[in-house]
Design a protein around this ligand. Structure first.
Ligand code: CA
Length: 238
């Protein structure tokens, strides 16, 4: 029985072929698309559980493909990038990729990332069965069941990570949530290294909520520790 279907979008046969074989050995069903056009065709015809997406393709830029996929579905996306700069990684995450791997990568590393992302998505789906009540704070409603955010009567579009982060903070409104807790709950229980990703996502979240880090309405930085969300009755904060 084939396991989760993985769509590998990669034009270099020397990478795609051995990696597709490896995926199959690891129990996944592997589809390979060497072009963006083929990727969209396969995506519609045989919806994958996860997309592994190369940044450089003959007929398109992986980031544009990720944006397009994100508009069509919530399928988890892992970017494969040869460009190791911080900017490219952040751009990859900003457009809604769930994770990224820098080439040259080890097969074991990518398999581990795939399993981690699929596990987080399925944990999220399990949570959605018992999502809990909406959290309402000072004009902001975070609804875990619908995964919607309403601010002063207007819907706010958030990426999956931004939503998860906001929900973690809002559910503990009035309390300090440490950086480590957020990394564990929103990213990976086995996260390691820098928490820069967290700061980047907090920045995006503040921008989308129109929140000012200097005079926060919602998200207060607790220096050296983590973050505190305004208390539900609006009593916290300035
Ligand atoms: Ca390529």
């Amino acid at each position: 029985m084939a396991g989760p279907r993985i769509l590998l979008v990669e034009d270099e046969a020397s990478i795609a072929e051995p990696f597709a074989k490896l995926l199959q050995r690891e129990g996944f069903e592997a589809l390979v698309a060497p072009t963006a056009a083929r990727a969209f065709e396969l995506f519609e015809r045989m919806p994958p559980a996860l997309v592994l997406l190369d940044l450089n393709l003959p007929d398109g830029d992986g980031r544009d493909i990720a944006r397009e996929l994100r508009q069509r579905s919530n399928v988890p996306i892992i970017m494969l990038t040869a460009r190791g700069t911080e900017t490219d990684r952040i751009v990859g995450l900003e457009i809604g990729a769930d994770d990224y791997v820098v080439k040259p990568f080890s097969s074991a590393e990518v398999i581990a990332r795939i399993r981690a992302v699929l596990r987080r998505v399925s944990d999220g789906a399990a949570d959605a069965d018992a999502p809990g009540e909406p959290v309402v704070v000072d004009g902001l409603t975070v609804d875990p069941a619908a995964r919607r955010v309403i601010l002063d009567g207007e819907e706010v579009a958030l990426s999956r990570k931004e939503f998860d982060l906001l929900l973690e903070l809002a559910r503990r409104a009035g309390q300090v949530v440490t950086r480590e807790q957020l990394m564990t709950r929103v990213w990976d229980e086995n996260w390691f290294g820098s928490t820069k990703t967290l700061d980047v996502h907090i920045g995006w979240l503040r921008r989308k909520l129109g929140d000012d880090a200097g005079e926060p309405r919602f998200i207060e930085t607790v220096r050296g520790v983590g973050f505190r969300f305004a208390a539900p009755d609006g009593s916290a904060g300035p």
